[in-house]
Design a binder for this molecule. Structure first.
Ligand code: PLP
Length: 457
């Protein structure tokens, strides 16, 4: 059961099918453009959408809003330093600000960044620095149905090949995303992280964690990795941070705050470059674009997030949803993670080719049928077409991500999702595809407009 009770509630919008149909037309079938008050259950992201605890709100009230050297900063700094062990810690307003400040200070044009899988903003921030982002997911990640527990691992053979290959001198950093959001929310084992750290040390390349979901990764390590079953998630997390040379963190996930992030690192020269850029573009080094109260709430959230009872319930409610979805006849990327379930839309809708975006089609139908908002992770996100809409590149899989906000929805909300999917699965052949009518040059899934492609025949 949930290790908390509800003290404050917020009504959720209940709309009619007609209203939702109208809303979809109005936003040109881009779910990012819906008004939140048109959405009944919002699974677009688990980022910044969690419920604050009473202790976090109380910490926020005690926030010190001094421009420099606030009490809030020192509380935040002490918490992050104890957790991560890094010599230098800089607050940022969210994860992508941490990425921008770090990469702009660390990379040179033409540099290569290697990762188990780059998250979309991480890749964008590498490319905006005229650098190249290469993903090296482990081979097990390719089999969506396999229940292998650490499918978020980096491919160590490929990492070794890259670190010793012809482009080796351009590799500036290795990033390990824990858990691997772009790779189905799968965790990274401590064994894989240790071997990655050893290779990075051997070849003189810094290793940084993208630590947005460090606590959820640590929880899965304590459940599934030999040698870690008697450790607490906090102990695992502390060890993981210390294997790397630094981290970027979006605290909107495992900081359980609405806004916040940080960069941690051991290299003093890099820290100095980051600090100057931070001051120029985010805010002074003791607030980094945040209010004092945000720093206090983040410090409190970072302490709460590794509590075993909280993580156990989060895993349990995700498993409950996974069970409902499978029973509805919809396959998911196995095994289910903690922060999201990934629906295999390609398999549910085999009549839709990648360039008619089966993932997007399923996401739109879930909104239409049940008022549920989710995110496509398929060829709308990763594919490319020529000017006439002919496919040049499609995604390896056509997925829909149901991200689970922390401490927000209960089991009956998740049952509604299962019921909605069961209804869609029964008439899956009636789900029609989409074509893009307008798009931006990068991160197109955020801004694209689309129109339905009528079913053939
Ligand atoms: C793994 C990962 N890294 C970085 C980010 C970017 O963080 P933010 O949204 O706080 O900018 C996200 C956000 O979803 C993420 O999942």
């Amino acid at each position: 059961m949930e290790p908390y009770r509800i003290k404050v509630v917020e009504p959720i919008p209940v709309t009619t099918r007609e209203q939702r149909e109208e809303a979809l037309k109005r936003v040109n079938y881009n779910l990012f453009d819906l008004r939140a008050e048109e959405v009944t259950i919002d699974l677009l992201t688990d980022s910044g959408t969690g419920a604050l605890s009473a202790a976090q709100l109380a910490a926020g009230m005690a926030g010190d809003e001094s421009y420099s050297g606030s009490r809030s900063f020192y509380r935040f700094h002490e918490t992050v330093t104890e957790l991560t062990g890094y010599a230098h810690v800089l607050p940022t307003h969210q994860g992508r600000a941490a990425e921008r400040v770090l990469f702009s200070s660390l990379l040179k044009p033409g540099s290569i960044v290697l990762a188990n899988t780059h998250f979309d903003t991480t890749r964008a921030n590498v490319e905006l620095n005229n650098c190249e982002a290469r993903d090296l997911p482990c081979p097990e990640a390719k089999n969506l149905d396999s229940v292998e527990p650490f499918k978020g691992n980096i491919d160590l053979n490929e990492l070794h090949r890259q670190l010793t290959g012809p482009d080796a001198d351009r590799i500036s950093v290795v990033v390990m995303t824990i858990t691997n959001n772009g790779g189905g929310g799968q965790p990274v084992s401590m064994g894989n992280l240790k071997q990655t750290a050893a290779l990075c040390r051997q070849y003189g390349v810094p290793l940084f964690l993208d630590a947005a979901r460090f606590a959820e990764n640590a929880w899965l390590v304590t459940r599934h990795e030999e040698g870690y079953r008697d450790r607490t998630p906090r102990q695992v997390a502390e060890e993981a941070f210390r294997l790397a040379d630094g981290c970027m963190m979006s605290a909107k996930k495992d900081g359980i705050v609405h806004i916040g992030g940080f960069i941690g690192m051991n290299d003093p020269e890099l820290a100095q470059r980051c600090e100057l850029l931070l001051i120029a573009t985010e805010g002074f080094a003791t607030y980094g674009g945040l209010a004092g109260r945000d720093l206090d709430m983040m410090a409190q959230g970072l302490s709460e997030v590794t509590e075993p009872a909280y993580l156990a319930e989060r895993a349990d409610i995700a498993a409950h949803l996974a069970h409902r979805v499978r029973s509805a006849g919809v396959d998911i990327v196995e095994p289910p993670g903690l922060h999201a379930l990934y629906l295999n839309a390609g398999r549910l809708l085999p009549h839709l080719p990648p360039h008619h975006y089966p993932g997007h089609a399923l996401a739109c139908r879930m909104y239409l049928e049940g008022g549920i908002r989710s995110a496509e992770l398929g060829s709308l996100y990763l594919g490319e077409e020529d000017e006439d809409g002919n496919p040049i590149k499609s995604a390896p899989y056509e997925l829909v991500r149901l991200a689970l906000p922390r401490r927000v929805y209960t089991r009956s909300h998740y049952d509604h999702i299962g019921e909605t999917l069961a209804k869609i699965a029964k008439q899956a052949d009636t789900v029609h595809g989409f074509r893009i009518t307008d798009q931006s040059p990068i991160l197109r899934h955020f801004r694209a407009t689309l129109e339905p492609v009528p079913a053939a025949g």
